[in-house]
Design a protein around this ligand. Structure first.
Ligand SMILES: NC(=O)c1ccc[n+]([C@@H]2O[C@H](COP(=O)([O-])OP(=O)(O)OC[C@H]3O[C@@H](n4cnc5c(N)ncnc54)[C@H](OP(=O)(O)O)[C@@H]3O)[C@@H](O)[C@H]2O)c1
Length: 352
């Protein structure tokens, strides 16, 4: 099936109302910019090509919050159940799905529908890397909250640093939004996997954890001039900027690149920046973008590689997503409140 046709099937799955047997809880967005509403749903009979999962955890990202406000690049019409990143165990498989069995632990990347206790997905998600069976050494080792915090942040950071940033051991890497989910993942990968010198931009009050995750230096953008600090910390410039923040400050970051530096644009929590092309020319530098979730359709091999790599690194103990707090489904609006008031370091997870 072509990718776009598959996505159409996925949307139907995640947005369709369920009817049928056992009851489960879901948190629904009934109106944009309003609190989610907790309700009870019932599962419909499983189709032959489907997999039913007892969802144990759903990771919350900044993008999940934006979706509930109609402010994300992918717009959804209410009612819908938000949430893209899930981890749980297989309850049932349709007869056409050969590679999974009840009890298998899986992680999934959904377009939406993660904030519910039961998730039903088409089996072809396995083929495209959107559903992954987790090969645990022992079942008791399973930490669903960590599994639901892994692939979006680390998959994005991994693909950005390797495929876009062409990262090399020992380089200097600057990460903005370093205390956030994707930023902290970039810090950890650059410092621990690539032995790079990592300079992290984050507020002082959040810098302790960012340093624990491998940052060698931090710059508090609220009281320090980033460009001035970088002249001290990286006199020859930084090789890679991983920019999860954007805004007007991005111009100074481009000016701080080393010769042949790479500026990677990841997110716009402070607005969409205008990149000065003439500075790129003067430094023989490049600016590249990445929409990781979309690479599932556009560059599927790279998407799958990123999911498999970060999952293996986690299972091998090489990376360890930081979870500030987990909440029960009933408290999902409290969790979104922390995200909107910028009180989060790393990740929040809803446990079910
Ligand atoms: N391109 C992709 O494929 C991809 C994948 C994942 C995420 N993203 C994007 O990356 C961005 C971050 O996502 P996330 O999930 O990591 O979010 P998050 O966990 O909420 O973190 C956001 C980070 O940005 C900082 N921040 C927020 N507003 C800021 C401002 N005005 N100026 C400077 N720093 C600011 C926050 O720290 P303080 O508020 O404490 O300063 C925090 O460190 C979002 O735009 C998201 O959509 C993109």
């Amino acid at each position: 099936m072509a990718c776009n046709a598959r996505l159409g099937v996925l949307r139907k799955h995640f947005c369709s109302a369920s009817k049928g047997v056992s009851a489960y809880k879901a948190a629904e967005c009934q109106q944009l910019k309003q609190p989610l509403v907790l309700l009870s749903k019932t599962s419909r009979p499983l189709e032959d090509h489907e997999v039913r999962i007892r969802n144990r955890a759903c990771g919350l990202n900044f993008a999940t919050y934006l979706t509930t406000r109609g402010e994300y690049q992918v717009k959804l019409e209410p009612p819908f159940v938000p949430g893209t990143e899930v981890a749980g165990e297989v309850l049932e498989v349709g007869k056409d799905v050969a590679s999974l069995s009840p009890g298998d632990v899986v992680i999934g990347l959904l377009e939406t529908g993660g904030l519910q206790e039961v998730v039903t997905v088409p089996g072809f998600m396995l083929d495209i890397g959107a559903l992954t069976k987790v090969e645990l050494k022992a079942k008791r080792d399973v930490d669903y909250c960590k599994l639901a915090s892994l692939i979006v942040n680390y998959g994005t950071a991994w693909m950005a640093l390797t495929r876009k940033g062409l990262i090399k051991e020992g380089e200097t890497v600057l990460v903005t939004g370093a205390s956030g989910g994707v930023g902290l993942a970039a810090v950890e990968l650059a410092a621990r996997i690539f032995n790079c010198q990592v300079i992290a931009v984050c507020r002082d009050e959040k810098s302790k954890m960012v340093k624990q995750y491998g940052a060698h230096n931090t710059i508090d953008y609220t009281r320090q001039n980033i460009r001035k600090e970088l002249k001290e910390l990286a006199p020859s410039g930084v090789n890679i900027v991983f920019d999860a923040v954007g805004g007007d400050g991005a111009v100074d970051l481009v000016k701080s690149l080393a010769i042949e530096g790479r500026f990677i644009t990841i997110g716009y929590t402070a607005g969409i920046p205008k990149i000065p092309a003439n500075i790129l020319l003067l430094k023989s530098a490049s600016a590249v973008g990445l929409w990781w979730g979309n690479t599932m359709q556009t560059v599927p091999d790279a998407f799958r590689e990123s999911v498999e790599t970060v999952t293996k690194m986690y299972l091998d103990g090489k990376i360890n997503p930081y979870i500030q707090q987990s909440f029960p489904l009933e408290k999902v609006n409290e969790a979104f409140g922390l995200i909107s008031s910028r009180k989060v370091v790393g990740k929040l997870v809803i446990e079910m």
